[in-house]
Design a protein around this ligand. Structure first.
Ligand SMILES: [Zn+2]
Length: 173
């Protein structure tokens, strides 16, 4: 992941990056760091199968992941989880801090940015029609997969396979 070259606030060229990857702006005197971006993902288990989604957008379009996405600034992970799943699948899920069963670092996109991926075992609230999930622009297709099927599927990031494997082992609604 490349350090910032120009100040994100005032566009002045930054002083050379320090060993931690931070660059100081000689104009506004702020220091800028490239940190991992946090994401949240939902492991939804229903009738012995886990929900996987086919990515509708680049990067990794056409490969599998789980519903979820990047957190907004200041957004709590559980709020982000509910928001993302609602946006992508139109359903309400719930999870607690204790349901966080996976933490992984991976690279994302052409720049290889670092992502901190938090995976939550999530339950669906209410009685949605689980067979009618259609997806959104982010999601090309929704698949229900068994523990055996998991092994042969083309996941964009291996930690999502691990997350679903773990959630299936724990059981679900
Ligand atoms: Zn500046």
């Amino acid at each position: 992941m490349k350090p910032f070259r120009y100040c994100p606030a005032c566009a002045t060229e930054l002083d050379a990056a320090d060993p931690d990857g931070g660059g100081r702006c000689p104009n506004c005197e702020r220091s800028w760091y490239r940190n991992s971006s946090p994401t949240v993902g939902a492991a939804i288990v229903h009738n012995g199968s886990a929900l996987a989604t086919v990515r509708g957008r680049e990067p990794e379009k056409g490969r599998l992941d789980v519903p979820g996405g990047f957190l907004g600034p200041g957004e709590h992970p559980l709020d982000g989880l509910r928001r993302e799943v609602k946006e992508e699948l139109g359903i309400n899920v719930d999870a607690t801090v204790e349901d966080c069963i996976s933490m992984a670092i991976h690279r994302y996109g052409t720049e290889g940015d670092f992502v901190l991926a938090l995976g939550f075992k999530s339950s669906v609230s209410g009685e949605p029609s689980m067979s009618d999930l259609t997806g959104s622009d982010d999601v090309a297709e929704v698949r229900w997969v068994s523990a055996e099927e998991l092994e042969d599927l083309d996941f964009a990031w291996p930690h999502d396979r691990e997350l679903l494997r773990k959630a299936l082992r724990d059981g679900g609604s």
